[in-house]
Design a protein around this ligand. Sequence first.
Ligand code: GLU
Length: 304
Amino acid sequence: MIAYQTILNDIFSDIKNTEDRGKVASYIPELGKIDKDKFGMHLIDTNGRGYFKGDSEELFSIQSISKVLSLAMALGLVGENLWQRVDVEPSGDPFNHLSLLEQENGIPRNPLINAGAIVVADILVTHLKNPKEDFKKFICKVAGDPHIDFDPKVAKSEKETGFKNFAAANLLKSYGNLKNDVSEVLDFYFHQCAIAMSCTQLAKTFFLFSNRGQCMQGQTYLNINQVKRINAIMLTCGFYDEAGEFAFRVGLPGKSGVGGGIVALLPDQFCVATWSPGLNMKGNSKLGMRALEKLTSDSGLSIF
Ligand code: GLU
């Protein structure tokens, strides 16, 4: 048996006095207000047992981590047809770059860059009766927690400053790869990114990707092949243009967000969430990456 709690305690002592914690994202003004000294971590093993440390119960903005959940929901709704509108190749570019989108005729490189997530948001807006409410309920059900909600201040803050996302959505529209109104799709997208969750809630939610599509409550949401696809995309595209570095250092599929959260998982073994708001130059949580590198190094567990 792996002594997860001991490893988490060691990680915490290793990072707690670190001076250089990176920079909090400020391009969404509301995110710029978060205290850089926060650090939380929650790991759930394959038996559903939880291990945690630090600010693991504190809510933060999950941002791009939500893209995995919208993808899971959309895949459940439209199945493999989804891949006609979004590709599955890493972009090697920052999350908000648009040049490839023009070159590749409005088909985003993958569902975890902004343009790809906006297409997935469009699919959900088409298929859901009350898109924002239904998406939130989906997350609450998977997490087994009815209290998960949007942070309206963060959604508003991003709407006021999300010029590049407006540009991406308009480009997609010009290529015929956005079926609904730009404003409606972006309202959904800004809200999905503004979901607030704790490390505990995130680990519980992502448990299904480490457990062959079955959530902690025993309900199956995805089949084994859909889980394979989503985990493969997380591994190759989950960390902006640092996916190679994350695979090299940590060796797990995962997803980060500019709110400083990271979730990662080892199929049939564990699912883990970290939160430290300071980001490195590539937009990934600096201490989160360090913590996860130590987790896989100390436990000797990774997909490789
Ligand atoms: N809502 C953010 C944006 O679209 C998500 C960025 C991220 O977490 O990568 O800019």
